[in-house]
Design a protein around this ligand. Structure first.
Ligand code: PFF
Length: 436
């Protein structure tokens, strides 16, 4: 993104360019991997309902605030709060923590997609059907570190050589391709049914009902709060808000771009991708493994999708390769935007050159990634989280950044906009071009 900056600081040449870049950052493992496993764990329909309400109310306001703050001030996230009010400088600094935490596990999930692409490409896709395949892979330190580092090295090379615009050009083909392929898998998978060894037949339509229809029975206040917090954490993560990144994007958006229209398009794209993934993965888990398997957590898509591909025969092997590669690409564009944010912050704070910031941050990130990978084997532990999940190191970092830091930063941003600079600041910027 940096390389697109013009002299006046407004970098995106067109509305489409901006939407693609922001959607490229937003659509990633959050949509395809995180959303379905949280929705499944939280019982489907109720999570979906709360998530949709939050996206269109809260998500819109947060995206609007971030983008308006950036566009009006033309400042990066780390500087913007202090620039508008000296006492709030700390909030800019706090936003830096989020990308730093997320980068210690995001490439690990990207590496899982690469590993699955490789297995299907080399004709070993049928091994991935076994329920233990994924856990066995994680418990081998070398294999999971290898794929993580392959994924991260690709990201690091792109940011080091500053060739993000090349990747953005690719994303114009790959992102619509990903959408088509997940829609295709969705239509196919809705026809699935399976009879288990107890002679019980489960259909994808019944699974879809669990995913879409809220179940209010046995709902306690505690459960409702847990689901709301999960949905909120997913919202921040998925839309890439409350981590400074959209403030920085805002600084590159030209005045003649209609911000509210763009926000609606970004939200539609991001939420659409998440909803379709959920509609593929949750019914598939229900069909092949039953309702009890829905709270599997992070491994959910890696256990369920190979089973769908397996039912497609040879075509399934090709579709699987295309699917996992495209998801890896979507993860790559998001990972680039996280790494870019870290590099941009280092350049500003320490006055380092781009190359120096890239090299030093890459060294630290590699170190962090190896430690988090070892959380599945050498440093294995099981920790009960307040949201009911049993966490290993990766889930713990994810929880701290998404369920704790992001809500805190969002809350502080709301206070800042609502009472310090006043909402008119954002409203006027949003009305700059054709209003809401
Ligand atoms: N929004 C991305 C996703 O859903 O996968 C994740 C992400 C991207 C988080 C960029 C943070 C970020 F700065």
């Amino acid at each position: 993104m940096e390389q697109e900056e013009n002299q006046d600081g407004s970098g995106f040449k067109s509305n489409l360019g901006f939407i693609l870049a922001a959607a490229g950052s937003a659509v990633g493992v959050g949509n395809i991997w995180r959303f379905p496993y949280l929705a499944a764990k939280d019982g489907g329909g109720l999570f979906l309902l709360i998530y949709l309400l939050l996206v269109f109310i809260f998500g819109f306001v947060l995206l609007a605030s971030d983008l308006a703050l950036g566009r009006k001030t033309k400042k990066h996230a780390v500087e913007v709060f202090g620039f508008l009010n000296k006492k709030w400088n700390f909030l800019g600094k706090l936003t830096i923590l989020i990308p730093i935490l997320i980068i210690t596990y995001y490439p690990i999930v990207g590496g899982w997609f690469l590993k699955y692409s490789y297995d299907f490409l080399t004709g070993n896709g049928n091994q991935t059907i076994s329920n233990n395949f994924f856990t066995n892979f994680l418990s081998s330190p070398y294999r999971s570190i290898f794929w993580t580092l392959v994924f991260f090295m690709i990201t690091a090379c792109i940011t080091f050589f500053d060739v993000e615009s090349g990747v953005e050009r690719f994303s114009k083909i790959i992102m619509p391709g990903l959408l088509m392929i997940i829609l295709g898998i969705l239509f196919y998978s809705l026809g699935l049914k399976f009879t288990d060894k107890n002679n019980i037949t489960r259909t994808a339509w019944d699974g879809l009902k669990i995913y879409l229809l809220p179940d209010f029975s046995n709902l306690s206040l505690k459960r409702l709060l847990e689901i709301t917090l999960d949905a909120m954490s997913q919202l921040f993560f998925s839309l890439s808000v409350s981590m400074g990144i959209m403030i920085t994007y805002g600084a590159y958006v030209k005045k003649d771009i209609n911000l509210s229209k763009s926000i609606r398009q970004i939200e539609l794209f991001d939420t659409g991708a998440a909803l379709i993934s959920g509609a593929i993965i949750i019914p598939a888990v229900y069909v092949f493994l039953g309702k009890d398997a829905m709270s599997q957590g992070p491994s959910l898509m890696f256990i369920s999708l190979p089973k769908i591909f397996n039912t497609m025969g040879f075509a399934g092997q090709i579709i699987a390769v295309l699917f996992f590669l495209m998801v890896a690409f979507a993860a790559l564009t998001s990972c680039i935007s996280i790494t870019e944010t870290i590099i941009a912050n280092f350049m500003r704070i320490f006055k380092w050159s781009r190359k120096k910031a890239s090299v030093i941050s890459s060294i630290f990130i590699t170190f962090g990634l190896v430690i988090v990978c070892l959380g599945y084997n050498l440093f294995y532990f099981e920790l009960k989280l307040p949201n009911g999940n049993t966490a290993q190191l990766l889930d713990l970092v994810d929880y701290v950044s998404n369920n704790f830091l992001m809500p805190m930063i969002s809350f502080l941003t709301c206070i800042f906009v609502g009472w310090v600079i006043k909402p008119d600041f954002v409203i006027k910027e949003m009305e700059e071009n054709n209003g809401f």
